[in-house]
Write a protein that binds this ligand. Structure first.
Ligand SMILES: Nc1nc2c(ncn2[C@@H]2O[C@H](COP(=O)(O)OP(=O)(O)O)[C@@H](O)[C@H]2O)c(=O)[nH]1
Ligand SMILES: [Mg+2]
Length: 450
């Protein structure tokens, strides 16, 4: 996702990091590299201008010249400017939507044809039902295409959401009002209205939406845009933004978007934050959008919180919490804990997707890490720990050469494998210690060294 933008900006950051001190000259060079990176990522020109001006103003300010580590300071500036451009720090509820209203809460989805409105309606229903305890009903206002109504009905069945049948002869407003009445009679508390799109912008569509909006007063009016539309998305977003009081944006097909230009442009153009990213055709492919975390991810600082969330969904929460508590209390992280972590990693599978969120440089190093989380390698590490006594797991420093040899042969491996595991464990211990002292920031700084 956004690989092109990400690798270009990471390269700029790397180059700056290498400089001991920043001068006005090398700041100017870095800023013009940033500009080029944004243009190549297909970011809208006015956004490029604002972004570059923001970076330059902050970089030239005393802030960076006086700082002890100008390279780090420049990366921080890039990060903050990215986060601001992607959406600023407006507080968004965990669910990604403002649903605190008298039910039924109505969510209207609008956008061009083929951008993923119908798919997103089902994804949202699944998200709200599975993670936030809502009961969702879907209704289709796409009266021109019977296939579109059927598509939504099938998706509703798949995600276990309610569905209000559409009378293709009725007006869009009448269908919506009927759906609202049906939902009032049901136990559902959220109604998602999927609308028709056109392949191109046209006034008739915008008029229909405007009227619909006025009649049903949705709580959330979300503009759905295809991430790969690049600069085109900007004009469409502006037109929808002018026609409808949008409350947010959902950027679909981010999984296939190497450039990232729409993500950076759409907030500025519509004035509304991205709320979700569509990240695949399957119905679980929806991510809540956090500007700050996305900025870190683009710069290769990792999305550690996103990672934690994802892992939480996949591993045993209790065990993770016990470990977190133990670490927080400063009770060390012994080899028995490591074995548990490794076991969970082996259970998780699909580690490749998680790699995206780790603060790693690309290329070779990423490949090496992918190798390290190879399930067979994890199995070997667990075998080593299994060959130790409980006392040795607790106090690995007590291991001498002959014990290491015995453990290695017990696990069917070489002494080097045992040493490598011990070293890795030491590094993790160090990292957790730093985490205790410095919180999340310390962890972020610790991870790239792993
Ligand atoms: N890769 C990918 N495909 C998507 C995503 N969202 C939707 N699609 C696909 O885009 C196509 C059009 O989606 P649809 O929901 O029918 O668009 P609509 O015309 O706006 O309702 C379908 O083939 C979807 O599977 C996404 O986030 N990632
Ligand atoms: Mg549709």
């Amino acid at each position: 996702m956004f690989d092109n933008l990400s690798s270009r900006l990471k390269a700029v950051a790397e180059a700056v990091r290498g400089k001991g001190r920043l001068s006005e000259d090398n700041i100017a060079a870095a800023v013009s590299d940033v500009r080029r990176a944004l243009i190549e990522a297909d970011v809208a020109l006015p956004v490029v201008k604002t972004f570059v001006a923001g970076v330059r103003a902050r970089a030239i300010g005393a802030e960076i010249m006086r700082s002890l580590s100008p390279g780090q300071a420049f990366i921080k500036i890039l990060h903050d400017e990215l986060a601001a451009t992607l959406g600023g720090d407006e507080a968004v509820p965990d669910s990604g939507l403002n649903l605190k209203a008298q039910p039924p809460v109505i969510i209207l989805l609008a956008g061009l044809q083929g951008v993923g409105k119908t798919t997103t309606a089902a994804k949202l229903a699944l998200h709200l039902q599975a993670k936030h305890g809502h009961t969702v009903t879907l209704a289709s206002l796409d009266t021109r295409r019977p296939a579109a109504i059927l598509q939504l009905q099938r998706l509703a069945e798949q995600v276990g959401a309610g569905f209000v049948p559409t009378d293709p002869a009725a007006t869009v407003v009448a269908i919506a009002q009927h759906a609202v009445a049906e939902v009032r009679r049901s136990t559902a508390d959220v109604l998602i209205l999927d609308t028709a799109g056109r392949s191109r912008l046209d006034e008739e569509l915008l008029d229909e939406l405007r009227q619909l909006h006025a009649e049903v007063s949705p709580h959330e009016t979300l503009f759905i845009v295809d991430s790969m539309a690049g600069q085109d998305a900007v004009n469409v977003a502006a037109a929808f933004g002018a026609a409808l009081p949008l409350t947010g944006v959902i950027l679909t097909k981010a999984d296939g978007d190497a450039r990232g230009g729409s993500a950076l442009s759409v907030k500025t153009v519509t004035g509304k934050p991205i709320r979700f990213l569509g990240t695949g055709e399957e119905l679980t492919g929806l991510e809540t959008f956090h500007p700050d975390r996305m900025a870190s991810r683009i710069l290769g600082m990792g999305d550690v919180l996103g990672l934690v969330e994802e892992v939480q969904q996949k591993v045993d929460l209790d065990k993770a919490q016990t470990l977190a508590r133990k670490i927080r209390k400063g009770k060390g992280f012994d080899l028995a804990d490591l074995r548990e972590q490794l076991g969970q990693m082996a259970d998780m599978g699909g580690m490749q997707g998680l790699l995206d969120k780790l603060p790693l440089p690309g290329g070779r190093q990423r490949g090496q890490i992918a190798e390290q989380i190879d399930p067979r390698a994890i199995g070997r590490q667990i075998a080593i720990i299994n060959s130790m006594t409980p006392g040795e797991r607790r106090f690995p420093k007590t291991l001498n050469g002959s014990r290491k040899r015995r453990i290695a042969s017990g696990a069917g491996l070489a002494v080097q494998d045992v040493n490598r595991l011990l070293k890795q464990h030491q590094q993790m211990q160090k990292m957790f210690k730093r985490f205790n002292k410095m919180g999340m920031k310390g962890l972020m700084r610790g991870l790239p060294g792993l």
